[in-house]
Write a protein that binds this ligand. Structure first.
Ligand code: MRU
Length: 376
């Protein structure tokens, strides 16, 4: 998407690959919205750390980052020994796959890269294929999100108030986003609507990232505290909910997404408000048979006990401000916390799943598996 930084507008992707330097280049999302900075991961281990520490986050973005990380790792191998090379690839794969467990995109992305690599006859050929396949994954992510936008825009009418949770925007993908894709497509078509961004504690991706994205695109929006949605729904101030997903079970239609999504789905059902989930095909898990088997990431308690922000430290040349990340303890000093990062929303609470191939009932995914990228 176009980003305007210090008065200049430029097109960015969240993740790109610098082939001559073998580096993965990422937007440092922890600094947003106060600072817009691109950082480079120099090794596959640094790339895995960037995923784990959430320099890059969001299902599709970490999928593409993992795909590039696999190619990056493959390209550092020296020699022609294919057995040693495949042991090396195993290490790279498991390091990247272990960085964040709930989203299935990194695993799906790396499986696609590995499958493509199998066509190569030499180490050198496989290294070249790995990078081409990672680029292909990243480009497919963009076109899937564009498809979601085309289908999902039909749900948005003039005057609507749309609620979204966390950040399933372009920052969470390579470009465009999943839950935001219908918003961007409807906005481009001239529709006028308003978005409520759930703040999304503890990391506040809604307040920092989604709000920043919508502001950049000129879409009317307000941030609400996570606890405010029920009240607004009860007063008729929410017409539609669109969220993203980190893992959607193709067999059952259950959706794992940022903690708090399930609560919003229950509230939407209670108030008869349509609740949609937007996903590219790489977010579908065709294997798992039950939502309770989805690994739910438990993050550090410090995220709940305090908050991160960016302190305005000094004025840079030209009046722009440089920021430094800082943590402030908010909670009682002797208390601990639980911090599950995701929850699972059952199919019966979901009105529809917006995919690049159309909008389906969650329980239709399995019947439609062949057009939705299922590989037996
Ligand atoms: O922990 P995060 O920020 O990586 O969580 C991912 C998310 O932003 C949300 O769960 C999102 O709705 C799905 S990712 C497109």
């Amino acid at each position: 998407m176009n980003v305007t930084v210090r008065g200049k507008s430029r097109l960015y992707r969240t993740v790109t690959f610098d082939a001559p330097c073998n580096r993965v280049r990422l937007i440092e999302q922890r600094l947003l919205p106060q600072a817009f900075k691109i950082v480079a991961a120099r090794t596959f281990r640094e790339t895995a750390t960037a995923i784990r520490d959430m320099i890059v986050r969001g299902a599709g973005a970490i999928g593409a980052t993992a795909a590039y990380g696999l190619a990056q790792g493959a390209r550092t191998f020296q020699g022609n020994d294919r057995r040693k090379f495949s042991r090396h690839i195993e290490t790279v794969y498991s390091t990247l796959a272990g960085a964040r467990p709930t989203a299935v995109d990194p695993v799906n992305a790396m499986n696609a890269v590995r499958q493509a690599m199998a066509r190569g006859k030499s180490v050198e050929e496989q290294q070249a294929i790995a990078l081409a396949a990672a680029e292909e994954f990243a480009n497919a992510d963009v076109s899937h999100c564009a498809g979601i936008g085309q289908h999902g825009a039909k749900l948005i009418r003039n005057g609507m108030n749309v609620l979204t949770h966390c950040n399933a925007g372009w920052l969470a993908f390579v470009d465009i986003g999943s839950a935001t894709a219908p918003l961007y497509a409807a906005h481009a078509a001239g529709k006028k609507f308003h978005v409520f961004c759930d703040e999304t504690r503890p990391r506040s991706q809604g307040a920092t990232l989604t709000a920043w994205e919508l502001a950049q695109q000129g879409i009317a929006h307000q941030i609400i505290a996570d606890n405010a949605a029920g009240h607004l729904m009860q007063r008729g101030e929410v017409d539609l909910v669109i969220v993203g997903s980190d893992r959607t079970l193709g067999r059952t239609g259950e959706v794992a997404n940022k903690i708090g999504t399930y609560t919003k789905a229950v509230l939407a059902k209670r108030h008869g408000i349509p609740f949609y989930v937007a996903i590219p095909l790489s977010t579908i898990d065709w294997q798992l048979r039950h939502g309770r088997n989805i690994p739910i990431e438990e993050r550090h308690e410090s995220e709940v006990l305090g908050a991160w922000g960016v302190v305005q430290t000094r004025r840079a040349k030209g009046g722009a401000r440089n920021g430094k990340r800082a943590y402030v303890r908010v909670a009682n000093p002797t208390s601990g916390a639980r911090n599950p990062g995701f929850d699972v929303t059952p199919a019966e609470l979901i009105t529809g799943i917006i995919t690049p191939a159309g909008i389906f009932k969650p329980t239709q995914l399995w019947d439609r598996r062949h057009e939705l990228g299922f590989i037996p």
